[in-house]
Design a binder for this molecule. Structure first.
Ligand SMILES: Nc1ncnc2c1ncn2[C@@H]1O[C@H](COP(=O)(O)OP(=O)(O)O)[C@@H](O)[C@H]1O
Ligand SMILES: [Mg+2]
Length: 209
């Protein structure tokens, strides 16, 4: 029997079993305001994309093993990560920003853009002493620095909104971590500048950057 443990904007997350294993069932739910056929198509696409990218990312970062995918049910069954979210620990230990930077840097070295790098998508399993990255429904392959810059910009926005008091410390650790693994920083920082000066993503918060 599966138990609902989280309800996001696009998916319900259940904790259940897969054979002998604890497993997460990520089920993409219908959006009432969308035309039915289009909604189904998008849910199918994101399900397939997420499963593919969860697997692809594994050569750079730890992600949950994909156990089963059902396009018909818009469902991914994956390994359960028994751990804490970055969201819940980073205000007490803002130096963990470095971990997020390292993980995103390693992903970018593989030319994978995450697409939604918020602090609820980094999970720490203390028994295994490992950080995992989840939520690849908006991920894609790209070697463009501008795409990587958008990922970094999203981190900034999210950290500012979710963790305003530790913002500076988290971001400074984040860049240390990112630079230590990616070596792509110089070009990307320039891109961030350009994007923000164009104002496409600034949304009146340009004072931050
Ligand atoms: N494999 C997993 N193991 C443990 N918890 C998970 C796993 N996948 C997702 N979760 C939990 O469910 C939450 C929402 O899942 P996520 O894939 O990020 O969906 P959403 O698109 O709704 O944000 C995550 O923040 C995390 O707390
Ligand atoms: Mg998420």
């Amino acid at each position: 029997m599966e138990k609902l443990i989280a309800r996001g904007a696009e998916a319900d997350i259940y904790l259940g079993r897969w054979g002998p294993l604890s497993a997460i069932y990520k089920v993409r739910t219908a959006k009432q305001y969308m035309a039915e056929e289009l909604d189904k198509k998008i849910r199918r696409q994101r399900t397939v994309r997420e499963a593919r990218m969860l697997r692809a990312a594994r050569s750079a970062v730890d992600t949950p093993h994909v156990l089963y995918v059902s396009q018909k049910k818009y469902t991914i069954v994956m390994e359960y990560i028994n751990g804490k979210r970055m969201l819940d620990i980073i205000d007490k230990s803002p130096s963990q920003g470095k971990v997020m930077g390292e993980i995103l840097g390693r992903l970018h070295m593989l030319n994978i853009i995450h697409g939604d790098p918020n602090t609820a998508n980094f999970l720490f399993d203390s028994k295994k002493n490992k950080w995992y990255l989840v939520d690849f429904g908006l991920s894609y392959i790209s070697s463009r620095k501008e795409d990587m810059a958008v990922d970094l910009h999203l981190v900034k926005e999210v950290v500012y909104v979710q963790h305003p008091t530790s913002f500076k410390e988290i971001m400074s650790g984040f860049y240390d971590g990112y630079m230590s693994v990616s070596g792509k920083m110089a070009g990307i920082v320039k891109k961030i500048d350009e994007i923000e000066r164009r104002g496409r993503y600034a949304r009146n918060r340009s004072f931050l950057f």
